[in-house]
Design a protein around this ligand. Structure first.
Ligand code: COA
Length: 154
């Protein structure tokens, strides 16, 4: 049965790129080699990773990295990547908490916009978090249909 958010002690903290693999691997790269969990610029100085712990267990991760797209006129763009919550803990607001925490940190770093390539299955989640689609659907090999989404930070 899915755990009840109210009965669990949760906290969000900075983690390393390698620590994200504990959630990236089963959720985003199931059945694939662990090396496939590594993203370009994972260890860049401007990249940060957040982990959400429930009772000391890492159950959710997200990564933010500086990356610019010409389509946006704003400077100081951040790309959200590797958003994942362990299956047993999905639908309990943990993903939203991670996104909101990341947005706050990006703002502290003077980031003006967050964008990313969203899996089709996650569109509703990101819409609930206040993100909008820009452009048409496109395919990412081995992963599937994606849409670019963004939010201008206020
Ligand atoms: C997508 C994901 C990160 C969302 O995290 P989560 O903790 O399950 O989502 P939350 O509980 O924080 O959901 C926040 C809101 O989005 C909604 N939502 C989340 N996933 C949804 C879905 N698949 N369909 C419809 N609504 C969804 C929730 O109902 C909630 O709405 P509310 O605020 O009105 O109650 C998580 O389900 C996941 O890891 N999925 C598999 C990996 C994946 O697709 N990652 C995204 C790659 S781009």
């Amino acid at each position: 049965m899915a755990p009840n958010i109210d009965n669990n002690k949760t906290h969000i903290t900075f983690i390393t790129a390698e620590e994200t693999y504990g959630v990236r691997h089963p959720v985003l790269r199931p059945g694939r080699p662990i090396e496939d969990c590594e993203f370009e610029n994972d260890t860049h100085k401007d990249t940060f990773h957040l982990g959400l712990y429930v009772n000391s267990l890492l159950i959710g991760v997200v990564t933010f990295m500086k990356a610019s797209k010409d389509i946006f006129e704003h400077k100081d763009q951040y790309q959200l990547r590797g958003m994942a919550v362990l299956e047993a803990y999905q639908g309990l607001q943990y993903g939203k908490l991670l996104v909101e925490k990341g947005e706050g940190i990006v703002k502290e770093k003077n980031g003006k916009i967050i964008w990313f390539n969203a899996r089709e299955v996650a569109l509703k989640f990101y819409t609930k978090c206040g993100y909008k689609i820009i452009g048409d659907a496109f395919n990412i090999p081995k992963v599937g249909t994606h849409y670019m989404m963004f939010k201008i930070l206020k």
